[in-house]
Write a protein that binds this ligand. Structure first.
Ligand code: ADP
Ligand code: ZN
Length: 623
């Protein structure tokens, strides 16, 4: 339903302040908007949560005609439109979920110039009928969201996206923006090529997400580790837990529920109704934990996801970064937490090898997995390692990741590595970690005897380390590519091209000292920084009460408007209300995230609580 146009605003900054209630543009936003206002095309690369939407929304509001936003995320269009309507912006969407009568209503509205923004699915946009409707309209711009969907390499490939090049031919004078959070060079080139954006100005932001704390630990007792993590750092917070298989998703979700968490499973094996219901609970309620395969998440715009936990290793750093990027879109502190084991590595290598991929693709995937492992095993700042992978230089250690907060000790493992590698060689490069460790430790068991491995030169030469320490050594040798996993056979280990350098003494090997797993697994977790409890920590109980009251009010209004709570106000906005305690509508309007329309619509309802709080404080002081 269209509301009044907010069009009296003249400049982009006007719109930002009055409609959105924000004070200044972030990063490249202002530059992109100015460029599009002047009629230019743009390629916008920003990390998740960077603020891409405003780049096309504001020019759509200010330019003549409707801004057409192509998005593959049908499930999200409703939310995006609700968000706009709450801001007082005239918006609508068209996709296959609409009834024909509603479609007609939106199309009539378009003809009458009633919208500033139209969200549309690519397959709808590409129909001849819709294109000829567009021919008759004033169009402010085309925005192609999630533009990386043109690339066949990623798992988000959408064939219709390739055909969007028709927009360049048919509407050469209308500005086009392509937007994505996928950073790599190859994808970028694909977008420019397939969407004919050769003349577009690229705007490439830093991909750093400073509010996310990256933590990686070894898998010991995974359920207990997960539970300890949630309880000690994110009790009651909204989060996403990723597992590789459906079976594990079901198991972990059930476990978390048993332990008193509001956890729900999500994977492609559940029927569509259940999936939709679980996603809805996650979006609308506070503090729901979704346990999911990677089937969940693309286009999850929920701003207050406080943590993303990985119980299994993702296949690529691109995937890891995209998944962890779903935490903390609101800019408040959030955690990306992962545990992994050598078993994960072998399983992944085998998974990749068993796929349909051709030789070249296979090598790319093995290489990407190698980078993922390198990230896990790094003794350097995790943020630096991640950003370097995406081609960005982060000048110094970040101070907000696991290794920065709890630096890992390293030790010179050159001799030990030589022993391990020659043991692999002497046993014929086809045995797994368990057997190799038995040989190194000189265990005289049946299998050893059967292969005659008690008679080779490496039998019993590794007594200086325990079996667990050897496990750690092998894991790190695999992770750093000094050993390969034989994926065609039974996952045995063999030498790689680089192992010779170590064997010849031309390369020094340094290992990280693994924390010793103990019964209480939390002891060796990378420690969180002390005393900085996440986002809405408010110093006194009364502030906490006020925050809860505001949250309650927000929930009532959201229910009333049938939208998720965050469409009304973000947590960050409520928090600022608690800290500043505005007492007038005008003062309320200066809080970040409170636009004019929101002041008008429900300002009084929040002020009532804020005033009551001040009264209580006064009477307490009098006592
Ligand atoms: P993206 O699409 O890049 O993931 P969004 O456009 O959804 O990110 O923006 C992420 C969040 O940041 C949104 O809640 C948005 O309202 C907020 N935001 C965007 N730009 C600004 C800004 N200039 N000032 C304050 N908040 C902003
Ligand atoms: Zn760091």
């Amino acid at each position: 339903m269209p509301t009044d146009s907010p069009k009296p605003y003249r400049t982009p900054l006007d719109v930002l302040k009055h409609v959105y209630g924000y004070d200044h543009f972030r990063g490249d936003q202002a530059a992109v908007i100015d460029h599009v206002m002047d009629g230019g095309d743009a390629l916008v690369l920003m990390p998740t949560g960077g603020g891409k939407s405003i780049c096309y929304q504001i020019p759509s509001i200010l330019r003549k005609g409707v801004g057409v936003i192509v998005s593959p995320l049908i499930a999200l269009m409703q939310d995006q439109v609700s968000t706009m309507l709450e801001l007082g912006v005239r918006a609508a969407f068209l996709n296959s979920t609409l009834h024909p009568a509603d479609v007609r209503e939106v199309e009539d509205g378009l003809m009458d110039g009633e919208y500033d923004l139209l969200y549309v699915a690519p397959e709808r946009l590409l129909t001849g009928q819709f294109l000829s409707l567009l021919d008759d309209l004033d169009i402010a711009l085309f925005a192609i969201d999630e533009a990386h969907c043109v690339s066949q390499w990623g798992h988000d490939f959408r064939p219709e996206y390739i055909q969007l090049s028709v927009l360049a031919e048919r509407y050469p004078n209308i500005p086009r923006l392509a937007l994505t959070a996928t950073a790599d060079e190859a994808t970028r080139r694909k977008i420019v090529d397939k969407l004919r954006l050769g003349d577009a100005t690229p705007y490439i932001s830093s991909f750093d997400r400073p509010n996310i704390r990256y933590r990686v630990n070894l898998k010991d007792n995974q359920k207990k580790q997960l539970l300890d993590f949630i309880r000690s750092e994110h009790d009651g917070d909204c989060g996403i837990v990723y597992c590789r298989t459906r079976k594990r998703v079901d198991e972990i979700a059930a476990f978390l529920r048993d332990e008193g968490n509001d956890a729900l499973p999500y994977h492609a094996g559940l029927d569509a109704g259940t999936r939709a219901a679980h996603q809805k609970r996650f979006l609308q309620d506070d503090g729901v934990v979704i346990v999911a395969t990677i089937a969940f998440g693309m286009g999850i715009d929920k701003p207050d996801v406080r943590y993303v936990a990985h119980l299994d290793l993702p296949q690529t750093l691109e995937g890891y970064y995209q998944e962890t990027g779903r935490a903390g879109r609101d800019g408040l502190p959030a955690t990306a937490w992962m545990i992994y084991s050598v078993g994960d590595v072998v399983a992944l290598r085998q998974l990749i090898a068993s796929g349909e991929a051709d030789e070249a693709h296979l090598r790319v995937m093995q290489h990407k997995l190698g980078a993922m492992l390198g990230f896990c095993e790094t003794t350097e700042c995790r943020r630096q390692t991640l950003l370097r992978y995406f081609g960005e230089n982060y000048p110094q250690p970040c101070g907000n990741c696991g290794t920065c907060l709890t630096p890992t000790e390293t030790w010179d493992g050159t001799v030990v590595a030589q022993k391990a590698l020659s043991c692999v060689y002497r046993t014929g490069q086809r045995f797994g970690v368990g057997h190799l460790i038995d040989v190194l430790l000189g265990k005289a068991n049946e299998r050893i005897g059967q292969f005659g491995h008690d008679r080779i030169s490496t039998f019993g030469i590794g007594m200086e380390l325990s079996a667990n320490e050897w496990k750690s050594v092998f894991r790190q040798l695999i992770a750093t590519g000094l050993l390969d996993v034989d994926v065609d056979g039974y996952g045995g280990l063999r030498l790689s091209e680089t192992s010779r350098d170590v064997l010849k003494g031309e390369r020094i090997v340094s290992f990280r000292k693994d924390p010793t797993p103990t019964k209480s697994s939390t002891k060796w977790l990378e420690k969180p920084s002390r005393g900085k409890r996440p986002p809405v920590a408010l110093d006194d109980p009364q502030s906490q009460d006020l925050f809860e009251a505001l949250r309650q009010r927000r929930m009532e209004i959201a229910k009333d408007h049938s939208v998720p709570a965050y469409v009304i106000f973000h947590d960050a906005t409520l928090r600022e209300m608690v800290v500043r305690r505005p007492q007038t509508l005008e003062a309320l309007g200066t809080i970040s995230g409170v636009g004019e329309r929101k002041v008008e619509r429900y300002g009084e309802q929040f002020l009532e609580l804020l005033r009551r709080d001040i009264d209580t404080r006064k009477s307490i002081r009098k006592l």
